[in-house]
Structure formats: C-alpha cells, structure tokens
Design a protein around this ligand. Sequence first.
Ligand code: NAD
Length: 504
Amino acid sequence: MTALAENIEKLQGHLARFQSAGIQNRIGGRDHAGSGVPFTTISPVDKSVICTVARGTADDIDAAAKAARDAFPAWRDMPALERKKILIRVAEGIEARATEIALCECWDTGQAWRFMSKAALRGAENFRYFADQVTSARDGQSLPSATLMNITTRKPIGPVGVITPWNTPFMLSTWKIAPALAAGCTVVHKPAEASPLTARLLVEIAEEAGLPPGVLNTVNGYGEEAGKALTEHPLIRAIAFVGESRTGSMITKQGADTLKRMHLELGGKNPVVVFDDADLDRALDAVIFMIYSINGERCTSSSRLLIQDTIREEFEAKLVARVNNINVGHPLDPATEIGPLISDEHFAKVTSYFDIAKADGATVAAGGVTVGDDGYFVRPTLFTDATNDMRIAREEIFGPVLTSIPFASEAEALAIANDTEYGLTGYVWTNDLTRALRFTDQLEAGMIWVNSENVRHLPTPFGGVKSSGIGRDGGDWSFEFYMEQKHIGFATGQHKISRLGALD
Ligand code: NAD
C-alpha cells in the first residue's frame, strides 16, 4: 500500500463520525445543533461534501458567552498549578491524536501532509509552552516606598472571543486559545466556516483533558452572523482575531459599542530582499520555501521578491527551474509540496491574478495555470518584470504566487520594501552586517529575519504594523492581552494627607 493510500484509509476512518453526525457547536460542555440551518463543508481536494456543520447565530453566541461567564470565576481562581496540569494534558491529547488532526486538516483545507503533520504537533507545543508560563504570569510586582507599597497585579480579563481563519486553522486556534486559558480566561471560539473540523477535535481533546465545561466553547457559523454577534456581545471582554485586514477593520467597528479590547493579526505583502553579497543558494531555498510552502496561504509568506539587479538574471533562472519542479498533488501524499487552494472563491481570486499580471505588463515566468478539474489546484507561479505599483505587488494574493521586482541600490530596496500598506514580516539576505542592521532598523515590519526563513520561537513577539495588525502575541505579550493590569496602593506608614474642611 502506498503512503497516500494508507493516509486516505486512515482519514476515512476518522471522517466517518463527522459524516454521520455532522459537526455540532460545543457550549458549556454539551453539543448544540445551532439555531441556523446547517451548512456543509467541502473538501478542496475533490469538491466533495465532507459533512454538515451547525450554523451558529446570535442566540448561540449568547448561550456560549453566558457559559463562558459562568465558568470564568472557577477557572480564574483555580490554582495555577492545577491549571497548568490541565493544559499539559491538552498538549498530550493533541500529541496522541496528531495524525487524526493532520489528516482532517489536510482534507478540510487542502494543505500538504508534509507541513500539516508538523503543524498539529506545533499546536501541542503552543499548549505546553503556555502551560509552563501559567505559574510565572506576572503578579505582585512591588515598588515599595517608606509609607506606601505599590502592588501591581494582573487579572484575567474575563470571557474572551477568539475568531480564526481557514489557513492552518488548528495551529492558529491553539496559538490564541492556549494563552487565553493559561491566563485564566474562558473562551468562545468561532472557527472559520471553511475549515471547521479540527476546532471540534480541539474542544474534545480539551474536555477529555479535564477542562471544565464552559471554559472553552465552540460556535461554528458565518463571520457576518456568529462572528459579528461575538464581537458585539457585552459579556465578551476582548476579541483575539486572525484574518484579513478588511475584516479586522470591520470587527473593530462592531466591537466599539461594547468597548472591546482587540488584538488583530491581519494580512501581509511581505518583502524578501536579496542583495548580491548573500549566500545565494540558501537565499534561493528560503525564497522558495517562504512563498510556496503551505500553498502560499500564509500571512508571513514572502510574496514580493526584491532582487538586486546584478544577480537578477541568474537568480530568476534558478528560481524558474525550481518552481517548475515543485510537486503539486493530493495533499495526503507525502511527496506533495503544494495541495489545492481552500475554496472555489479563493481559487477564482488567485487565478484572476494570472491575467491581471499580464495586463499590467509583467511576465509569467513559471506557472500561471490551473491543474486538472477535480479540485482547486494551481501551478506555483512566478511573475517577473514587475514593478511595485502593479496590483500583483500591492494586493495580498494569498496563494503560491511570487512577484519578483528588481532594485539597484540599498536605498531603492528599502523604499520598495516599505511602499506597501502592510507590515507583517520582512526577510533580508546579505552578508554585510552593518547593512543588515541599518536595513532592518528602517524596514517597516513587526517581524524580520536576516539570512533565514521564518523560524518562530514562542517567547518572541509576533505581530504586524500598519495594516498587518495591532498587538503582539508570544511569551508575556500574550498575557498582556488576556489580562488586566491592576494597581493597589497600600499604606505601610502615615504619609501626609491634604486635609480639606478641617475643623481644628
Ligand atoms: P477572513 O477575515 O475572511 O475571516 C477570518 C475569520 O473572521 C473567519 O472565522 C470569519 O468567519 C470571521 N469573520 C468574517 N467577517 C466577520 C465579521 N464581520 N465579524 C466577525 N467575524 C468575521 O480571513 P480568511 O480569509 O479566513 O483568512 C485569510 C486572511 O487571514 C489573510 O488575509 C491572512 O493574511 C490572514 N492571516 C493573518 C495572520 C497573522 O498572524 N497576521 C495569520 C493567518 C492568517
């Protein structure tokens, strides 16, 4: 049996339960059908219906927010060590079911097995990391004076809403939910409608690990219905959102009436800048990895290649040969490097840029075509002869599509790199240390890697500037978001108090 056939057989075993019962919402530790008419989730691999999904409405969000509110005091007051133990058991549960999670994720999203099998384990790492942080969340910072002890404490903010997108949905959900739970918050999670399977697996694993009912609730449904109701609900104190910049702006408005704290992780049009003094073989590997892995459906992907004109011809020629050699295929085949795009709508969006590029005067140097009729497959694509004012250089395509733009000088590279509404990540390839420091200091991005692809270390801050987001995740930054700072001034002596209306 081939590895692909083996994976398909295993997947069928895991899908059977979804096919017979559909996906229910999970509220207060119980299954709920959802008040709306259920919708279906479709596999991008062959456009087949995977299963029906509960359609949550404002009523279901209300029930989930109340469950989160009711569960909050006990979860907040649970001793940190006990909370830590539960979160570690969640990590163990994810590890135990990592294959099932990865298979479902591949089938639901079209992502290749070779990446998703690692992403599932990364989800466990997110829980393990924040479980370890539970006992060290800052509390009780004290700045004593002779007569007043200043105490700073940090308290979980309350029930929070987590809204996640369809790209690597399991990893991103754990990335938001683990620190929220570690901080002592309860959660209502609204997963993306296009990829609901693994959110269901997560809530099951969490409850099996001992998470009390109502601490994590999952309400499926559409953004403008269930998502909107979550951002507007008065019991929900904060929203952690990952998705498009346009949606981020919308939910900020929706949350204004209830003064929601918002954390927004949004889109990107990230530059990778390759200077002629770089290690060009490593740069080539990284450029290819950072746009064509995970189908290019990745906020941190380097979708704009800024290449120094002295090496442009040779670098682009090597790029074309490698891109043409990338293996597009069934996501469950371990040999596959690129699977199908998530949906009909997204397929139409990504492929529309093939004509847009040509109309704007760019060259389609590789790809620019679809593959077969069964699913949403496209060949990895490279546009050359591009300028930064073309739509292919300005808009987030969110697929395996790279736009190559030449530059002559460091100043020009910096100007092009910063000439974008986005500012999530940047990648710089040079062996000139002074230039690297100067360039990264002026590059407008929340996260930058020098001579490296994106390597994420959990204690470091994650987030973007400009239209790429507001706020930071990672390490203690996550707790800053999910907790309230509180000051208590405690008199330890008798300082002078101004006396108004004194009678003596
Ligand atoms: P999207 O904005 O369309 O949807 C994201 C989520 O928001 C979904 O769950 C959706 O149902 C919900 N939603 C939509 N409208 C809503 C509304 N009015 N109120 C409340 N919720 C609403 O994004 P997508 O297409 O699912 O994901 C792709 C986008 O996510 C890309 O732009 C990508 O760059 C971005 N992304 C960013 C990061 C990051 O860390 N910066 C990470 C991953 C993805």
